[in-house]
Ligand binder design. Structure first.
Ligand SMILES: Cc1cc2nc3c(=O)[nH]c(=O)nc-3n(C[C@H](O)[C@H](O)[C@H](O)COP(=O)(O)O)c2cc1C
Length: 231
């Protein structure tokens, strides 16, 4: 007997399409995931960028990739500002360094400063000027339809996943990034003249790594430490 639900999405006028993603033989699956893992494990945060220009189309496709991420109730609560304008980059650098100076000289506690020592960071942020592009990711704490405010759901989770897609896409294309959080970063709303529903989430300088770039020798936790299995 066919079940009948008077409130099924189809009855309410929403359409659905078949979706049957490719299935691979097991050996192929193992190869694909290992290839992806190897590529992703090569990603490192870069803080010294080459001034060489990068193809904008690559960055745009990475942002398109990010914008395809899953999100709570498909609200897509993100927006991306792509900045190459040197004056705007300089203004962001000046304002970020002001905040970061205060953070490194009083706002961060001793433990935080200790934890940052192996990373080698300080309040100076030359990459905000030197990287050919800055992507500032904003989260939308609510959406707007005309004058009407609409709720968004799981905003931090959604924007975090989209940012993961973004970093992955840029890395796969051979570009380097830094995940940067000048704190606090409300000055970005002012400089970029963002609407009232947007809050800065991350600043991502993008470019080629400088020939002299170095990264800290840090370790990843082994799988046993991060995985609990329940068979
Ligand atoms: C949410 C988040 C915020 C971060 N903020 C900063 C930052 O403000 N400045 C910085 O130099 N690195 C920042 N990082 C980069 C981390 O230091 C870096 O990811 C970590 O040390 C691991 O190194 P890796 O990215 O090279 O693997 C941040 C990373 C994340 C995920």
């Amino acid at each position: 007997m066919q079940s009948y639900s008077p409130n099924s999405p189809e009855d309410l006028g929403y359409s659905f399409s078949p979706y049957a993603p490719a299935r691979f033989p097991e050996a192929e699956m193992k190869k694909l995931v290992l290839q992806f893992r190897n590529t992703m494990e090569e990603r490192r945060s870069v803080r010294k960028f080459s001034p060489d220009p990068i193809p904008k189309e690559v960055v745009l496709n990475a942002i398109r990739t990010a914008a395809s991420a899953p999100s709570g109730a498909n609200k897509q609560p993100w927006s991306f500002c792509l900045i190459s304008n040197p004056e705007i980059k300089s203004e962001i650098k000046v304002r970020a360094e002001e905040e970061e100076y205060k953070s490194y000289h009083g706002r961060m506690n001793q433990q935080w400063l200790e934890d940052l020592k192996p990373i080698g960071t300080n309040h100076e942020k030359p990459f905000l000027e030197n990287a050919p592009y800055l992507i500032v990711v904003f989260k939308k704490v609510f959406s707007t339809k005309g004058a009407k405010k609409e709720q968004n759901y799981y905003v931090n989770e959604s924007v975090g996943i989209a940012t993961g897609f973004l970093l992955s896409a840029l890395h796969i294309a051979g570009l380097s990034t830094l995940t940067h959080t000048p704190s606090p970063m409300n000055f970005l709303c002012e400089i970029l003249k963002r609407p009232e529903n947007e809050r800065p989430y991350l600043v991502i300088p993008v470019g080629y790594a400088h020939a002299d770039n170095q990264v800290p020798d840090i370790q990843r936790k082994p799988l046993e430490e991060v995985l609990s299995e329940y068979d």
